[in-house]
Design a protein around this ligand. Structure first.
Ligand SMILES: CC(C)(COP(=O)(O)OP(=O)(O)OC[C@H]1O[C@@H](n2cnc3c(N)ncnc32)[C@H](O)[C@@H]1OP(=O)(O)O)[C@@H](O)C(=O)NCCC(=O)NCCS
Length: 333
């Protein structure tokens, strides 16, 4: 029988592109009918980062992964699995994880992508955890990397103001101590509500007539108001379930909540309904906007680097997004 192992979070890393885009750029450069005041008060976002020339999900993900490996005290040769969550892969084939593996100079290890939109990182964390827990991998690199600004419709003020680019990563390592690291992961989906957030591609059931090069099929479309309601409801459920899980696992409590960074008003509404203490919540969306699969690992890495979270803390990670998908992880750092 396989002896199950503990799965420690051994290192974290993140990478944000240099270019800062303020809310004012949408009015001043793009002539969009919006305002800094509207964006700040309705979302909490003040600015976000945009990937530059030559930057892709793979280059951002590799930079975050390199830092996570260094922080773990390891080298790329030690990594024996890469899982990358992204909805903005460089290519349909090969996977972004393959490109990261080559960029980092890892060995001939398994490397593949996961698609679960803004829940993608927690889905990838779950896959990495299963490999490490069963002994199939000793050190797994789990990455969330996105360049969402490449698929935005910059004429749609409802969506284009929300998103930014970035990447975050963690190294999961096997440990004989079972009661540490990743304690519980919960993943959910509801494909019947697929139309609320979509990024159509060329591989579509109903391609419009005409030459493909004249079509832009790959813009993100979202129904913000409906997603808002879904996000609050699911975030409350995830928090309440995690509080039960934490008690059943014998944990003394949850020291910090790191939610998907989507909208301050979504987070505030979920905190009010669940009664979870606001001072325990890590929020950085004013600086980066919504970076989809990258948002949770970026916030986790920043929280550790700034001392907002410290080794030994039990942290609840929560995410929700296209699919629809929603997910949580209880992790002792
Ligand atoms: C998109 C979002 C910010 C809109 O905020 P909201 O308070 O729900 O706003 P509403 O959709 O009710 O729109 C209110 C009005 O503001 C307008 N509006 C939307 N975006 C605007 C903008 N950037 N600037 C100015 N006005 C805007 C709308 O057109 C609407 O005008 P109307 O009443 O004349 O029709 C919010 O719903 C949200 O964050 N949703 C989740 C985002 C999401 O889907 N993320 C991806 C998945 S995680």
């Amino acid at each position: 029988m396989t002896q199950l192992l503990g799965v420690a979070l051994r290192g974290t890393g993140s990478y944000l592109p240099a270019r800062v885009v303020t809310n004012d750029e949408f009015t001043e450069v793009l002539n969009l009918d919006t305002s800094d005041e509207w964006i700040r008060t309705r979302t909490g976002i003040r600015e976000r980062r945009y990937a530059g020339q030559g930057e892709t999900s793979a280059t951002l993900g590799a930079a975050a992964g390199r830092l996570a490996i260094e922080t773990a005290g390891l080298t790329p040769a030690d990594i024996d699995l890469i899982v990358c969550a992204t909805v903005t892969p460089d290519l349909m084939c090969p996977s972004t994880a393959n490109l990261i593996q080559a960029e980092l100079g890892c060995g001939h290890i398994p490397a593949f992508d996961i698609t679960a939109a803004c829940s993608g990182f927690l889905y990838a964390l779950s896959v990495g955890t299963q490999f490490v827990r069963t002994g199939a991998a000793r050190h797994a690199l789990v990455v969330g990397a996105e360049v969402l600004t490449r698929i935005l419709d910059f004429t749609d003020r409802n969506s284009c103001i929300l998103f930014g680019d970035g990447a975050g990563a963690v190294v999961l390592s096997a440990t004989p101590v079972i009661n540490t690291g990743v304690r519980m992961i919960r993943l959910y989906s509801d494909g019947s509500r697929q139309e609320l957030i979509q990024v159509p591609s060329r591989v579509t059931p109903n391609p419009p007539p005409g030459p493909p090069q004249l079509q832009r099929l790959d813009y993100m479309r979202l129904s913000g108001r409906e997603v808002f309601r879904f996000a609050v409801t699911r975030m409350v459920e995830l928090i309440e379930q995690a509080e039960i899980d934490a008690r059943e696992l014998g944990l003394t409590g949850i020291d910090a909540l790191i939610p998907h960074q989507v909208n301050q008003r979504i987070i505030d509404a979920a905190l009010e309904s669940s009664g979870f203490p606001a001072h325990k919540v890590v929020v950085n969306l004013s600086k980066y906007g919504n970076t989809s699969a990258a948002s949770v690992p970026i916030a986790l890495d920043e929280a550790l680097r700034t001392g907002r979270c410290k080794p030994g803390d039990t942290v609840l990670l929560v995410a929700f997004g296209g699919g629809l998908t929603w997910s949580s992880a209880l992790v002792t750092l």
